[in-house]
Design a protein around this ligand. Structure first.
Ligand code: 2AM
Ligand code: CA
Length: 289
């Protein structure tokens, strides 16, 4: 075959862009499109339960992000929420299959789909890049507030280009704690309810705004002291985990074990209240582990 024919068959790869720049570009473009579809989406139905929604915008946004990333990094692996069957088993299996990838992009096109459907302006795009299981880039974009949260391993985390740092509360009693009611009702709901009941009297107040990734970005920015939730998926949290650690916070599973891509029960705090939070969850039988 003529070399020129061969060349024509090769995908065109735009070189010399950093993964972080690609993630920021993908999150910004996709986020703007998601915002433009607010109130004009098609509800495609439910996934795991009547609470687990998906729209044509979730699907379209994931395709946009995948294409933008693959233009630059066609050899990298890609794990997106909309490419995996619903339910904890399928998501755990997908992580197991890909966690040793050299480079793996982990994408939630819309985190906070329920909010998006109801017009509650708290949802985001979440994009992470893992190298052999370690998250090295985390980008979260909130199109409603035009806030781009960016972290690179070892280089800190930024919002609006300003270095972020976690909050300074030293006790749960003075803490504002984010929590979640994810739609997995058999296992997660009872655990989360026990934790919420225990924390409601031990913290200054609780917030459940309905988007795990945004809660983690807010821990990183020091807007809440910490966040915990049982029964999450890797795409909900991968980018946010790096934001929190690069902002000086601490992230473990709900028993205090180090975070890995297969962690589903997550505690992320300013570090200062971490042990106290884990103690309350343990006492309440709410760790899910
Ligand atoms: P989503 O909007 O991307 O679906 C709310 O507590 C959080 O739960 C959101 O981040 C939401 O992400 C996530 N979530 C939704 N469905 C879920 C499921 N079946 N299992 C675990 N988390 C889920
Ligand atoms: Ca989603």
């Amino acid at each position: 075959m003529e070399p020129s024919n061969n060349k024509n068959k090769m995908p065109y790869v735009v070189s010399s862009k950093s993964p972080t720049a690609v993630a920021i570009n993908a999150a910004a473009k996709t986020g703007e499109w998601i915002k433009s579809r607010l109130g004009a989406f098609k509800e495609l139905g439910t996934k795991l339960s009547p609470q687990d929604l998906v729209t044509d915008v979730d699907k379209g946004a994931e395709i946009m992000i995948r294409k933008l990333i693959q233009t630059h990094f066609p050899e990298h692996d890609f794990l997106g929420e909309e490419g995996v069957e619903p339910g904890p088993e399928a998501s755990s299996k997908a992580v197991q299959e890909l966690e040793d990838s050299e480079y793996l992009w982990i994408v939630d096109p819309i985190d906070g789909t329920t909010n998006f459907v109801h017009g509650f302006p708290y949802f985001c795009v979440s994009i992470a890049l893992a190298h052999k299981g370690e998250i090295i880039v985390g980008v979260i974009y909130d199109p409603m507030r035009d806030e781009m949260f960016v972290a690179e391993k070892g280089k800190g985390a930024y919002v609006h280009g300003n270095l972020m740092s976690v909050s300074k509360e030293t006790e749960l009693a003075g803490s504002l704690m984010a929590i979640g009611f994810n739609p997995e009702r058999e296992f997660a709901l009872p655990n989360n309810m026990k934790g919420i009941t225990a924390l409601s009297t031990r913290t200054r107040s609780l917030r459940a705004a309905g988007a795990a990734a945004m809660h983690l970005a807010y821990v990183a920015a020091g807007r809440v002291t910490g966040y915990y939730e049982v029964g999450l998926n890797v795409w909900d949290i991968a980018a946010g985990v790096l934001l929190v650690t690069e902002s000086g916070g601490k992230v473990t599973d709900t028993k205090g074990n180090p975070y890995s891509l297969s962690t589903r029960h997550l505690a992320a705090t300013n570090g200062l209240i971490h042990d106290e939070l884990l103690g309350v969850l343990d006492e309440a039988g709410a760790t899910g582990l």
